[in-house]
Write a protein that binds this ligand. Structure first.
Ligand code: HEM
Length: 251
C-alpha cells in the first residue's frame, strides 16, 4: 500500500457534519505528524496515553454528577453512574496491555523524547486524586450520619442490603479498580523499563508500589477486618477442623 497516500487521507478534511461535531480535525492532529514519529510504536504510545486522559476526564466529570446525586440521596442514579465509572476503569486497565506489544528497546527510543515528563503530571490523575475525599464526605453525611447509620451497622449488625450498603459497595469497587489500574501499570513498567530503574524525574520507580497500597476509602476495608475479628470471637483465631469434629461424633 502506498503509505503517503493513506497518510494524506487518514485525518480527513474536517468538513463533513460527523467531522465537525466530533472535531476530528483537532482530535486527529493531537498526535505527532507521521513523518516525525521516532519509530513505529510512538503513535500507539501517544494514542494510548491520550485515550487514557480522555477516560479520566470522563471519570472526573461523572464523579461530579455522582457527588450531586449522593447529596440528593438519588441512589438509582448514583449506582448507574458508578457502573459507568467502573466500566471506564476496566477499559483503562485493558488499554494498558496494548503497550506491552512495544519492545523495551523501542520504548527507550520514545523515552528520549519525553523530557522529564511523569505520569504524576497527568491532569486526569491529579483531578481524580483530589476527588475521593469530598466524595467520601458526601457519602458519610447523606447516607450514614443523617440516618444514624455506621459502616458497622450497614455491613453487619443491621445488614439489609440497604441503599447505603449499595453505595458503599460501589465506592469499594471504584477503589479496588483504581488499585488494579495501578497494579497493571506497575506490571507494564516491569515489561518496559524494569522496576529497579529511575523515573525521568530521578525518583526510584519502586516508589509507585507505595501508591499501589494506598486506599481511597480505608474505612470500607477496615470494616471487613473488624467483622472478621468480631465473628472470629466465636471460634478464636484458629478454628477446630470440621473433620476432627466429625471423627469425635462418630466415636
Ligand atoms: C511504557 C509505558 C509506561 C511507562 C514505562 C510508565 C512509567 C512510569 C513511571 C516510571 C512512573 C513514575 C514517575 C515518577 O515517579 O515521577 C509513572 C507514573 C505514572 N504513570 Fe506511567 N508509564 C507508562 C504508561 C502509562 C500510561 C499509559 C498511563 C495512563 C494514564 C500512565 C499513567 C501514569 C500515572 C497516573 C502515574 C502516577 C502514578 C502514581 O503516582 O501512582 N503511565 N509511569
Amino acid at each position: 500500500m502506498e503509505r503517503e497516500y493513506f497518510y494524506s487521507i487518514m485525518n480527513g478534511q474536517g468538513t463533513l457534519d460527523y467531522e465537525i461535531y466530533l472535531n476530528t480535525h483537532a482530535l486527529l492532529s493531537c498526535q505527532k505528524d507521521y513523518q516525525e514519529l521516532c519509530n513505529q510504536d510512538e503513535l500507539q504510545f501517544q494514542i494510548v496515553h491520550q485515550s487514557e486522559e480522555l477516560w479520566m476526564k470522563l471519570i472526573a466529570y461523572t464523579l461530579l454528577d455522582i457527588d450531586d446525586y449522593i447529596q440528593k440521596e438519588n441512589t438509582n442514579r448514583v449506582i448507574t453512574l458508578f457502573n459507568r465509572v467502573h466500566g471506564i476503569q476496566k477499559i483503562m486497565i485493558q488499554q494498558l496491555s496494548l503497550l506491552e506489544t512495544m519492545s523495551p528497546k523501542e520504548y527507550q527510543e520514545i523515552r528520549i523524547h519525553l523530557g522529564n515528563g511523569s505520569g504524576q503530571e497527568s491532569p486526569g490523575f491529579r483531578t481524580i486524586m483530589k476527588m475521593y475525599q469530598p466524595l467520601w464526605k458526601s457519602f458519610k453525611t447523606f447516607y450514614l450520619d443523617k440516618h444514624g447509620l455506621t459502616l458497622e451497622k450497614i455491613y453487619d449488625t443491621e445488614y439489609s442490603h440497604c441503599n447505603a450498603y449499595m453505595i458503599a459497595e460501589a465506592l469499594a469497587e471504584y477503589d479496588e479498580l483504581f488499585q488494579k489500574f495501578r497494579y497493571h501499570h506497575i506490571q507494564l513498567i516491569h515489561r518496559t523499563i524494569g522496576m529497579g530503574s529511575q523515573s525521568l524525574k530521578g525518583r526510584p520507580v519502586e516508589l509507585l508500589e507505595s501508591g499501589m497500597r494506598m486506599k481511597f476509602f480505608p474505612e470500607l476495608w477496615e470494616v471487613r477486618n473488624k467483622m472478621t475479628d468480631a465473628w472470629g470471637l466465636q471460634y478464636g483465631k484458629v478454628r477446630e477442623s470440621i473433620a476432627n469434629k466429625e471423627k469425635s461424633i462418630a466415636i
